[in-house]
Design a protein. Sequence first.
Length: 109
Amino acid sequence: MLTRFEALLNDYFQSKKLQILGLPSVSYWAEQLHLSANYFGDLVRKETGKTAQDFIQATVIELAKEKVFDSRKSLSEIAYEMGFKYPQHFTRLFKQHVGRTPVEYRSLN
């Protein structure tokens, strides 16, 4: 089930769904897998040690880390491209997971 979830998650991020639908929720993924949100969350936690939300956010941040190094795009553009309604939310989540702001992370390259 986790392998299927990861495949769906990668497909979601590679398509334009991020820009159209925004960041996916745990309930969205549970519905896609025909599971209850609680059961889905329990499965993800059992397999990864992370909550489903943390797993989704970690995946978002890994993709964002790649995009941040593209200096042709502003960080706001990247935030909107990643499905965030507000660039500040992107910056806050990025700093929580990476320990640096996107600007600081970009300057490392």
